[in-house]
Design a binder for this molecule. Structure first.
Ligand code: M6R
Length: 359
């Protein structure tokens, strides 16, 4: 139910701290240990390569998951669009492990790949919000998102839940394999910190309507830029803005701008930069200068560790593997308020359905 909210999307954005806590509650046992089914961890540990298959926002979450899995579990990971993979299958490794990421668990594009990998006998894990969904029933294993029903067409809490659940799988597996980074990574502590910092970000929500007005009113296009995980989040941020506000928006690797896309920057083009990592902070800032000097209207969303005076949104510090969980929140709010400002239907954008059951 909507309760006091006007839209499901805002309700679901605001539920994210609770979702993080709920995920911890479901994956922590009585002895206060983070646990994943032994069978899943065993099958996952045997893989020489992980293939994440997904669409839309779930694919974007997979990109962030890839870095987390490679860092904590030490398994090379590829992220594929389901609609491409099924018909243009790449050369597979000897011991592949498939992860189907899907909020609804009903996405036809993902299912056609699952049918194929099942036929080939490859192990498959579905990470989904819906128990008993098709992808869950047809895969060998399931991990649930525990995010509660997501009603708005624009996916928000499922994105952060998918990243959190993948990190739990990666961390338990990495600890099991004796990987040092995993042994030093305390999921409970780091995810709780994420939840608290999401809360504090959301208390600042009232600054977004004017920020959005100054940046995006009247524009037909916009860019999000970033490097590494910030680039992955840029892709999700731009999908969100496109699908509900109908502003044409592209997520871009900031270093690539000068290789072509910068030609699109003109007086007043909005460019939003995400900066959460120290090792790319200066590079991305120099890319912002490049677009600014060509007339772009810029907005910087940075993490407090690397923030500079004048940055528009400052994110509270979280573990480097978890920056996406907080940096995506302002971008969800930007999409929400840009859509409200245009008087459009936030929860039910044109041409879209909540779950896409055709290929
Ligand atoms: O249910 P799924 O996660 O499989 O759905 C995948 C996409 O259709 C979905 O994420 C879509 O991109 C959303 N509308 C994005 O907000």
């Amino acid at each position: 139910a909507l309760g006091t909210y006007e839209h499901y999307m805002l309700k679901e954005i605001e539920e994210q701290p609770a979702v993080m806590r709920n995920i911890l509650a479901h994956y922590v046992n009585e002895d206060d240990e983070v646990v994943v089914d032994d069978e899943i961890v065993e099958a996952f540990s045997k893989a020489d390569r992980v293939y994440i298959i997904a669409c839309g926002t779930s694919w974007n979450a997979g990109l962030v998951g890839k870095t987390i899995i490679e860092t904590l579990a030490g398994i090379p990971t590829e992220v594929h669009l389901a609609s491409e993979f099924g018909y243009n299958t790449p050369l597979l490794s000897e011991k592949p492990f498939f992860i189907y990421l899907s909020q609804s668990g009903e996405t036809a594009d993902s299912r056609q790949v699952l049918v194929k990998t099942n036929k080939l006998g490859y192990p498959a894990l579905t990470v989904t919000n819906v128990a008993g969904s098709t992808l869950s029933r047809e895969a060998n294993y399931t991990m649930l998102l525990h995010a509660g029903p997501e009603i708005a067409v624009a996916s928000t809490k499922a994105y952060t839940a998918q990243i959190a659940v993948l990190s739990i799988l990666a961390s338990v597996t990495g600890k099991n394999k004796g990987i040092e980074v995993a042994q030093n990574f305390d999921v409970k502590q780091e995810l709780s910190l994420v939840a608290n910092n999401m809360d504090s970000l959301l208390t600042d929500e009232n600054k977004f309507p004017s920020l959005v007005h100054n940046l995006l009113a009247e524009t037909r296009n916009a860019f999000y830029i970033g490097r590494g995980t910030d680039y992955s989040v840029s892709l999700e941020a731009s999908l969100k803005l496109k699908e509900i506000s109908y502003i044409q928006c592209e997520g871009f690797a900031s270093g690539e701008l000068k290789h072509g896309t910068i030609a699109l920057i003109e007086e007043g083009t909005p460019v939003i930069a995400l900066i959460t990592a120290d090792h790319t902070n200066l590079q991305t800032r120099s890319n912002i200068q490049e677009v600014k000097s060509r007339g772009a209207k810029t907005c910087i969303i940075s993490m407090e560790d690397v923030a500079q005076e004048g940055d528009d949104v400052v994110l509270p510090h979280v573990h480097p593997l978890y920056t996406a969980l907080v940096s995506v929140l302002p971008t969800q709010l930007i999409a929400y308020y840009a859509t409200l400002e245009r008087g459009l239907d936030v929860d039910k954008p044109r041409n879209l359905a909540k779950s896409v059951t055709v290929e």
